[in-house]
Design a protein around this ligand. Structure first.
Ligand code: F3S
Length: 403
């Protein structure tokens, strides 16, 4: 027997709510059949990936324009992943004009369907913050694992099209992470190494993700971790192992471990080995941080590190527009721009055309960025702690801060 549909879902499928909704419901139903879902579950928000012109190209743009032209609208709050540039300052970023025109057209199509141009991988820092137990349909992998693990919300790792369909219909197939019986760890990771900063959490995530390969992970031995640290951990797990869920004893809202789960230990030796393997050497034309997008607390910390100094290399701090505006009001943006850096909103080092802007090597403190910068942007990547990446006129940054 196939998935059961409600009356409303059946109406959408029959085309009574318009062609766009019909097409979206057909896709959701096909996915439900593939994954063995018994039906759909209503979702309170959708987060849509596939927004950068760099990733979806002309074919994606035409598809979205066609959908929008047929009057298709989203049914629930829908927000967008980063685009390929700062929508208000793309010229300042040296983004080629032809790229910018296409990117703005993509944004226009989404907005005309009712999506919010949040353009961030951290919607939970930009006003879209689901509660524990809430069902959502999010696509960005780092946001998916954060929502499941840190917020206790429920989402599968949607693709861009399936998240868009969920936004249009207000439902998603009820399988995987939506069902409590699947929210159980099959791998226990015992951590016996000091985690000094966010980059260490990324290193740990790369190790755990690589071993877990999609299985939920339960971490033991970590005494303290704030949201920013968990954000870096989850982003790396998702990038290196396609993980969507982790638990941390005493820190995350859920903790479920399967009897007989595999166990592994991570100590200083494993951490050092992974850290070394992520770094391709000290060259850096530019330093980028905010992968996932930076929180206000991170920006405050960076402002403290660069205050009153002059950076030798360009610095991008990637953020959502919402957070950038707050940082501007608090004077933090000015401190960073006076030092020669910039808060780059709406985009990031991976989805912007960095290679077309003349950059060949990038310094980062995010393990996730290490994973994608070489393939997506042709970059050689220097991975280190932020305090060690920052170089100033008249001296290095090491003494200024350890992050
Ligand atoms: Fe976000 Fe871009 Fe990193 S989308 S998670 S800043 S690769």
């Amino acid at each position: 027997m196939g998935p059961e549909l409600t009356k409303k879902e059946r109406c959408m499928l029959d085309g009574e709510c318009g062609e766009g909704k019909q097409q979206a419901m057909e896709i959701l139903l096909a996915l439900a059949k593939i994954y063995g879902a018994k039906g759909m579950v209503p979702v309170t928000s959708a987060q849509i990936s596939g927004v950068s012109y760099k990733t979806i190209g002309d074919a994606g743009l035409e598809y979205l324009q066609d959908l929008a032209a047929r009057g298709t609208k989203v049914e629930i709050p829908a927000c967008l992943n980063p685009i390929g540039m700062d929508s208000e300052d793309w010229e300042g970023m040296n983004v080629p004009e032809q790229f910018a025109e296409k990117q703005l057209a993509i944004l226009k199509a989404y907005v005309s369907m009712g999506a919010k141009p949040t353009c961030t991988c951290t919607p939970y820092l930009a006003g879209v913050r689901p509660k524990a137990g809430e069902h959502i349909a999010w696509a960005e992998s780092s946001a998916v694992i954060f929502a499941n693990s840190v917020l206790g919300a429920r989402t599968n790792r949607e693709g861009g099209p399936s998240a868009l369909c969920a936004a249009i219909c207000g439902v998603t197939p009820n399988y995987g992470m939506h069902l409590e019986e699947n929210r159980v760890a099959d791998l226990i990771v015992k951590v016996d190494a000091p985690l000094q900063d966010r980059s260490d959490f990324g290193v740990l995530g790369a190790i755990a993700g690589g071993v877990a390969r999609g299985r939920a992970v339960a971490f033991r031995g970590i005494k303290k971790a704030g949201e920013d640290e968990l954000k870096y951990l989850g982003a790396a797990m998702a990038a290196f192992g396609s993980n969507s869920l982790f638990f941390m004893k005493g820190i995350t809202p859920e903790w479920r471990v399967r009897d007989g789960a595999e166990e592994m230990a991570v100590g200083g030796v494993e951490m050092g080995r992974m850290r070394k393997s992520l770094d391709s050497g000290p060259e850096q034309d530019i330093i980028t941080t905010g992968c996932p997008h930076a929180s206000l607390a991170e920006i405050k910390e960076i402002a403290g590190m660069v205050k009153g100094r002059k950076l030798k290399k360009p610095l991008w701090v990637c953020v959502s527009r919402v957070v950038k505006e707050v940082a501007a009001k608090r004077g933090l943006e000015k401190v960073i721009s006076d030092a020669g850096g910039r808060l780059v909103a709406d985009t990031c080092m991976v989805v912007s055309p960095m290679e077309e802007m003349g950059y060949r090597s990038t310094g980062v403190n995010s393990a996730k960025a290490v994973k994608y910068l070489p393939t997506m942007c042709g970059q050689k990547v220097h991975f280190s702690r932020l305090g060690e990446l920052l170089e100033f006129e008249g001296g290095k940054g090491k003494k200024v801060g350890k992050r």
